[in-house]
Design a protein around this ligand. Structure first.
Ligand code: DCT
Ligand code: MG
Ligand code: MG
Length: 562
């Protein structure tokens, strides 16, 4: 099936990047996205799940030596992951069962409910505290008295009695105190939050800040995100970027904002943003965001751009034609008069047909299954290949909009390296795993190790943006199509590609800016020194940070967008 005029309003650079590899081609344009570790690749799993070893080496966290069990019941999934992360990062030893623990952290406040999960007599032998015990302890840099945080009133006395003490508050033998002195660790107060969190949130670069998946000011961020999206829908790029910057700065602020005096050190908050935050503090909403949410134009543009292949420009064009609903769109695209002349309609029709399926988020277990299937196909055609699931999954999202997989091969040199992408896609297409492909080929010139100009403004790696479906035999099969981005990275830039495709978008944007002020150039396809264009190759993900003279930040803390 041949379709000549797919792209209409989309730019030439995308048009040129397209090539037919499957039955259906779609424009290289992604729908608007709404928001942890890799099962098939041990290195990425360990990077994400592991505690921050470097920091651990440098200091003892305030929960050091405390054996904790965090009961997930009644705690939101993302929140749960953050609690785990905070506890681990601050030295707590997380237990698999409550029996092993000194302290049980739970959001349950009633005896009867707790008994469904934990034996009452056992609970009486432990301290049983609310989740804010972890948060406040971290904030104050010491394990706080459990009595103030007892989760259940009947367990108050036993919680006081059994409250564990952190070994970081006890005197350390000189050899163990070794590294802790290196980062002004002489007092209890100066552990992670003061030393690392607080100065970090003031940085102008998202790649220096710790940005958790869910931050203490997530509701504020959500409100601002609506305004940001509205600016994007109207192609007001500068304004959208100001909101993105403010959002990413707020994401890294470690405390709940309760008064305006707290925010003076947060970068990128101009008068307008400050006014909005003030409004949010008094009303818990921002009027502009509320108005937009109920605005027909905003709602229509948002839903049209959720169709794979339709960007804001096209969405506005369709809106101006009077279209408001998917039925309108379907009728419009169904008309032969509009089949090609309006541009892109074949792809849009396909996008519209798959819209409902593609808007269903992908749970982590299914992402991992997709990763396994890609890896199986890879090992079949290219034994010894390595792959990492990147994107939101790697940053800890519980549900992803698509799956981004970066892969390489030990012998793979040069950007195309025997057309690995084409071979992989062809193989998966034959196996019925890939149903649609869009292709954005590399533009790296032959024999050059230095990445050429970024034609898609992103990177020059060989990639294929595909639509995938699981085989019926898979236990995860639900008959839902999924978006799958496959990216081939030559061996020498594999880790740069993993960093580049892990995101989030603002983190990546600031990595580029950061590199620039260091006299370097960064994108997923490589790091180069600007003065002599020498390519710098990283041998691990941490090495990417080292080459960029940047402190290590684990993927879970790179959520610098919504
Ligand atoms: N990326 C980037 N610049 C862009 C788009 C993406 O640097 N303009 C990087 C950062 C994230 C990564 O690629 C994957 O992008 P997406 O798949 O679009 O987003 P995600 O963070 O994986 O989230 P989700 O797929 O769940 O929407
Ligand atoms: Mg993704
Ligand atoms: Mg993607």
């Amino acid at each position: 099936m041949r379709v000549k005029h797919l792209l209409g309003h989309q730019s030439l650079k995308y048009k040129n990047a397209l090539r037919a590899t499957g039955e259906v081609i779609m424009p290289f344009k992604r729908p608007r996205p709404p928001p942890v570790p890799h099962a098939t690749n041990s290195s990425s799993t360990s990077t994400l799940l592991s505690t921050n070893h470097e920091h651990k080496r440098l200091r003892r966290g305030c929960l050091h030596g405390i054996k904790a069990y965090i009961l997930s019941a009644k705690i939101d999934g993302a929140e749960y992951e953050i609690l785990i992360g905070e506890a681990e990062e601050n030295g707590a030893e997380l237990c698999k069962t409550p029996a092993e623990a000194d302290i049980i952290v739970t959001a349950i406040g009633m005896k009867k409910r707790l008994e469904r999960h934990i034996d009452w007599n056992m609970a009486k032998g432990k301290a049983v505290v609310r989740p804010d015990w972890i948060r406040d302890s971290v904030k104050k840099s010491e394990a706080l008295p459990c009595g103030d945080y007892a989760a259940i009133s009947d367990l108050l006395d036993s919680s006081i009695e059994n409250c564990p003490e952190s070994s970081s508050s006890q005197s350390q033998p000189p050899d163990q105190a070794e590294a802790s002195t290196s980062q002004h660790q002489s007092t209890k107060e100066s552990t992670l939050p003061d030393l690392v969190y607080e100065p970090r949130y003031k940085s102008r670069f998202a790649c220096e800040r710790y940005s958790p998946l869910i931050c203490p000011n997530q509701d504020l961020v959500k409100e601002l995100h609506i305004i940001k999206l509205a600016r994007e829908m109207e192609s007001e790029e500068r304004s959208a970027l100001s909101y993105s910057r403010a959002i990413s700065a707020i994401k890294a602020f470690p405390e709940k904002i309760k008064s305006m005096s707290q925010i003076s050190d947060i970068p990128y908050l101009g008068d307008k943003l400050t006014g909005m935050i003030q409004e949010f503090l008094s009303k818990s909403t921002i009027s502009q965001a509320r108005q937009l949410s109920s605005d027909t134009r905003y709602q229509t543009l948002i839903s049209f751009t959720s169709v794979y292949g339709i960007g804001p420009h096209t969405a506005r064009h369709l809106y101006d034609l009077g279209l408001r609903t998917f039925d309108d769109l379907s009728r419009y695209l169904g008309s032969d008069d509009n089949a090609e002349g309006s541009g892109g309609s074949f792809a849009w029709r396909e996008g519209l047909r798959l819209r409902d399926e593609l808007s269903v988020k992908i749970p982590r277990a299914e992402v991992e299954e997709m990763g396994r299937l890609v890896d199986n196909a890879l090992q079949d055609i290219l034994p010894g290949s390595e792959s990492t699931i990147c994107g939101g999954y790697r940053r800890g999202k519980l549900e992803s909009n698509d799956v981004d997989i970066v892969f390489t091969h030990p012998q793979g040199q040069g950007n195309k390296a025997n057309n690995m992408i084409a071979r992989l896609v062809e193989r998966m297409r034959k196996d019925g795993l890939i149903t649609h492909t869009m292709h954005a080929p590399s533009v790296r010139s032959k024999g050059s190790l230095r990445p050429p100009t970024n034609h898609d403004g992103w990177d020059t790696l060989d990639k294929s943006l595909t639509i995938f479906n699981l085989p019926k035999t898979s236990p995860y099969y639900k008959g839902i199509h999924r978006r799958l981005d496959l990216i081939y990275a030559p061996r020498e830039v594999y880790w740069t590609a993993v960093v580049g495709w892990t995101g989030s978008t603002m983190f990546e944007r600031d990595l580029r800016l950061w590199a620039k002020q260091k006299g370097l150039k960064f994108d997923s396809s490589g790091i180069t020194r600007r003065r002599d264009t020498k390519a710098l190759y990283a041998t691990s993900e941490r090495d990417v940070f080292k080459l960029l003279e940047l402190e290590w930040i684990e993927p879970r803390l790179r959520n610098a967008d919504l």
